[in-house]
Design a protein. Structure first.
Length: 179
């Protein structure tokens, strides 16, 4: 069985269980913490991907590390993953789970790029406006690019609104070059 099928099956199972138990946001938070730990701690990634290390040792490390942090359902899920020798796919399962969670909760990811960092009030205003206008829940990621000079670039999945000074200058330059 290939990696994507394995990841999708386990992620769907966790999502289904989370819905059933009404703990989806908790499971999302747990799986994000786990995935961030796997990414940021090379030793943890090596431990999980190493087939020589016994499953009991892997489970012991995970339980000792996350026992006070994870919901019991998440701990049981990790036990099942390790018992079935699927721990090398945990990062992939986490990515798939988060994608499925966002789809199920009608959450779209958006990136707001500005020339300077924006304050919390403006961020919340932008987030609320987008959510109401598009009738979606939004997760807003912010980036700063001083080359924009002013304005913003808003990207929601595959759509982009370029209202930056740099964008306008580039349009003017293109029209002058083609004229």
């Amino acid at each position: 069985m290939n990696e994507s099928k394995i990841s999708v099956r386990y992620a769907k199972a966790l999502l289904s269980l989370g819905k059933e138990e009404n703990i989806l946001p908790i499971l999302r938070e747990n799986i994000e913490k786990l995935n961030n730990s796997i990414i940021s701690i090379p030793e943890l990634k090596h431990l999980l991907e190493n087939p020589i290390i016994k499953s009991s040792q892997k489970l012991s490390v995970l339980n000792n590390t996350f026992k006070d942090i994870f919901h019991p359902v998440m701990s049981s899920f990790l036990s099942l993953i390790i018992k079935n020798r699927r721990e090398a796919y945990l990062s992939s399962m986490a990515r798939v789970f988060i994608d499925l969670y966002k789809k199920d909760s009608n959450i779209k990811s958006a990136t707001l790029t500005t020339s300077k960092a924006i304050n919390v009030n403006l961020r919340n205003t932008v987030k609320t406006y987008i959510a109401k206008k598009l009738d979606i829940n939004i997760e807003l990621d912010e980036k700063v690019n001083e080359k924009l000079i002013g304005g913003f670039i808003l990207r929601i999945e595959d759509q982009q609104i370029d209202a930056s000074v740099l964008g306008h200058l580039n349009k003017i330059r293109q029209s002058l070059l083609t004229a």
